[in-house]
Design a protein around this ligand. Structure first.
Ligand code: 9PG
Length: 781
């Protein structure tokens, strides 16, 4: 048990303290200064709170009264400090809360404003914590701002997420698709949605600021490095605050403890808990029609692939067959199939079920096309622009589609009805709901008191009501924090593509194009980037969907190296494994790339260099099992030239095994050099502590290299036999590598039959074909 949170009164005002941090406050301006107790890291000096309005001067705290109370909520027990400043002359009251929990290193703060006037107040934003050079606040790091690193997080599934240097420019994310509003511009200025992390390379310390609730306002963490400023702001979009009412910001967590990955994972855990995350018992795997057939997908295409899956149950043990965009009469007319699906969608679901798979269907329920029957019948379902005309949320499909107004009761009833029919009526137990940002675009809504986020969440609740509590919802094009609690899975990156990079014309002219592709781009490279940079969400907020694995040999510009890199990133992410190819046309050696990722790993690897570069190059997962502790490492060369990759190792001696060109590299200490890694290629490694006894050092069954396909390991000293419990996970035909610790392997038996045993350098290699779990016995002389 962690110590209880304590409180006291300092010179300027009250403070709170737990095992990790102390938060000092001042009564004169209600500012907060959190300080980490391990090494006195104090990056936010007098973080202020304020409210801005559509008209008039901002409201700031004047001398505040305080109160400290025991506190208990979904996140745990602790203490709550409240600072209240009532300002009768302005007709408003400001209130700031700071909570410290006994069991969490983060402090959680929020800001409230009460309107004591007789007329409504139009609120622009609640700034829950601002430290800037202006006023008395300060953002203090040791390094100069151009050396800072900033993790910026995008507002929806497809939005770029990565770290930048403090003098670089943010991505030019295009609203409304990829950003909620036009981006901040200028070097060193970033607008990070939901959460942001600042890393100070000089001290090695980092600061995370993020919204752990997202029920009514959109939170942005704005960093202006040259100005030494950080601002956690909740956008209220001019919301009218009625007389007597109080508007609260979201709850903002501030974390000063540990490294960026620890902080992001801890942030994910708090957000998931606060918002009631749904995490599926099993991360799904499946086949999806989109990335081969696109909108041309037909009933025959789906059935054709279904038959291939049935014939390859051993190699492709997936559970879901998901029909994507292309079956519907129009965007908005979901219950009418087009002529490519002559037997109808109910029939197709029952065919998929009969084959033993979960039927899945794509819809873009928060878009309504101008051409649709739904729009003609219900123009009132659309969000309106300032001119009163329906607001455009997408120009995809060569038409305008409007955003759906989730504050409209008729629109919500319609959503519930559509999903009840798709799920209960037709039999789809899995829905991919896409282009969801459409319900969160700026605009006027039926309900004047609705916010973009509350309307979005009301629309999601209406979808869930139709889908029911037990079926799977995969979000896509979806807001991130505000969706937690509704989804079972969520896409965490832009669309993958059968090519590495899609260059703009100006970039093509550059002698060496930058790895950072423009943000409105799709490519394997940018999909992989978000798979790495958002891995902390996995199984804390939902099951991550890293987007599909494409292994085809035709209609692709991906090289074999690039295909392996895509497979390595998806596989080590532990996320959903969705294949999207014409399966009948895939050569066997490429089908094996899919088998290698099934079943999916139970958790995600971490990007070890997340804050160092925009494309992390080391993705690592520790698998802690007494009989075979190991570390899986994806080492990527995202540069455009061949390089040696050098991996520093933790203390001790390590067996090093490589998967893609399978080989045992022997025992390494200090670091391991991977020579001549081609552009966009990677190495997938298993590292195991080297000891004296014979041990498994790697297998070629699965991306886990033993994590799932080796279920037990025992050394019998008397008979000099190493006994490995081998499971069917991964591909059937495989090699198991064993290091002898000075002994020589003489004999291998699998499932009581002799199997070939060869020697490769310092390893003995058994060759197996595994269809059921059985024991492998290797005898040494
Ligand atoms: C179906 C596809 C697939 C895919 C989704 C989503 O900006 N755009 O115009 C844009 C179009 C399509 C798109 C993303 C962005 O892809 O991510 O998996 O379901 O829709 O249309």
């Amino acid at each position: 048990m962690a110590e209880a949170t304590t409180s006291g009164l300092g010179r300027g005002g009250p403070w709170l303290q737990n095992a990790w941090i102390r938060v000092e406050t001042r009564q004169d301006d209600a500012s907060i200064s959190p300080v980490a107790l391990d090494g006195a890291f104090r990056p936010v000096e007098r973080g202020l709170a304020s409210v801005t309005f559509v008209d008039g001067a901002p409201a700031r705290f004047e001398r505040a009264d305080y109160d400290v109370q025991p506190h208990h909520d979904a996140l745990g027990a602790g203490r709550r400090l409240t600072l209240v400043s009532s300002q009768p002359r302005r007709g408003l009251t400001l209130c700031r809360e700071v909570v410290l929990y006994d069991g969490h290193p983060q402090c959680v703060t929020r800001l409230g404003i009460t309107n004591n006037r007789r007329a409504p107040l139009a609120v622009a934003a609640l700034h829950a914590c601002t430290a800037s050079g202006q006023g008395r606040g300060r953002l203090r790091l040791t390094a100069p701002p151009h050396e800072w690193r900033v993790y910026r997080h995008g507002w929806q599934s497809w939005s770029p997420t990565m770290s930048f240097g403090g003098s670089e420019r943010d991505v030019r994310s295009r609203p409304p698709e990829l950003a909620p509003e036009p981006p901040d511009t200028g070097p060193g200025r970033f607008a990070s949605d939901d959460v942001g992390v600042l890393f100070d390379p000089a001290s090695g310390r980092s600061l995370l600021v993020g919204a752990v609730s997202a029920r009514s306002l959109l939170t942005q963490v704005a960093v202006d490095a040259p100005a030494h400023s950080i601002d956690a702001r909740c956008l209220a979009d001019g919301l009218p605050l009625a007389p007597g009412e109080t508007l609260w910001s979201e709850r903002i967590a501030i974390d000063l403890t540990g490294g960026p990955n620890d902080q992001l994972e801890r942030y994910g855990a708090l957000l998931g808990r606060e918002m009631g995350a749904r995490v599926p018992a099993k991360t799904p795997s499946g086949w999806c029609s989109w990335y081969y057939y696109f909108t041309t997908a037909s009933e025959d295409d789906i059935i054709g692939n279904l038959r291939v899956l049935e014939r390859h149950r051993r190699e492709l043990p997936i559970d879901t067959v998901q029909i994507d965009d292309g079956y519907q009469a129009d965007i908005g007319d979901w219950l009418t199939a087009n002529e490519k699906f002559p037997h109808g969608m109910r029939w197709l679901a029952s065919e998929i079920k009969r084959a033993g798979y979960t039927p899945g269907l794509w819809l873009a329920p928060f878009l309504i096309a101008e051409t649709s029957k739904t729009f003609a019948a219900h123009p009132e379902f659309a969000v309106r622009g300032p001119d009163g005309e329906p607001a455009t949320a997408s120009r995809n499909w060569q038409r305008q589609s409007f955003g759906l107004d989730g504050s409209h009761p008729g629109a919500r009833a319609w959503l519930t009805e559509v999903f009840r029919e798709v799920c209960e009526g037709w039999g789809y137990d899995y829905v991919k709901i896409d282009f969801l940002y459409g319900a969160a675009i700026a605009g006027r809504r039926h309900e004047a008191a609705a916010t973009r986020i509350s309307a979005y969440r009301d629309a999601l609740a209406a979808v869930r009501a139709g889908v029911g509590p037990a079926r799977f919802i995969l979000g896509c094009g979806a807001l991130m924090a505000p969706s937690v609690g509704f989804f079972d899975g969520n896409r965490i990156g832009p669309d993958v593509a059968p090519f590495w990079r899609n260059l703009t014309r100006s970039e093509r002219a550059e002698p060496r194009p930058r790895a950072r592709a423009p943000d409105d781009d799709l490519s394997a490279e940018v999909a992989i980037r978000n798979t790495l940079t958002r891995s902390w969400m996995h199984r804390r907020l939902w099951a991550n969907d890293p987007d599909c694995l494409l292994v085809r040999a035709d209609r692709t510009k991906l090289t074999p190296d690039e295909t392996r890199t895509l497979a390595t990133a998806i596989g080590l992410s532990g996320g959903m494994m969705l294949s999207s190819d014409d399966l009948a046309a895939i050569p066997d050696d490429r089908l094996e790339l899919i088998s290698l990722l099934l079943p999916v790993l139970p958790e995600s690897a971490r990007p070890m260099d997340l804050m160092e570069r925009d494309m992390p190059e080391r993705f690592e997962l520790a698998v802690e099992r007494d009989f075979d502790p190991l570390r899986l490492v994806g080492a990527f060369n995202f540069a455009d030239d061949t390089r040696d990759l050098v991996l520093p190792l933790a203390a001790g001696r390590w067996h090093v095994f490589e998967l893609w060109e399978p080989r045992y590299r022997g025992v390494a200490e200090g670091d391991v050099t991977l020579p001549l890694v081609a552009p966009h290629a990677c190495r997938a490694l298993a590292l195991r502590p080297a000891g004296r006894l014979p041990r498994v050092v790697g297998t070629t069954a699965h991306i886990g290299m033993g994590a799932l396909d080796i279920g037990s390991q025992d050394w019998d000293a008397a008979s000099r036999t190493l006994r490995l419990g081998v499971t069917a996970a991964g591909r059937a035909r495989r090699r198991v590598y064993v290091a002898g610790g000075g002994l020589r392997a003489t004999h291998a038996r699998f499932a009581s039959a002799d199997v070939p045993l060869t020697v490769e350098g310092d390893a003995a290699v058994a060759e197996l074909v595994v269809d059921i779990d059985a024991s492998l016995e290797i005898t040494f002389s």
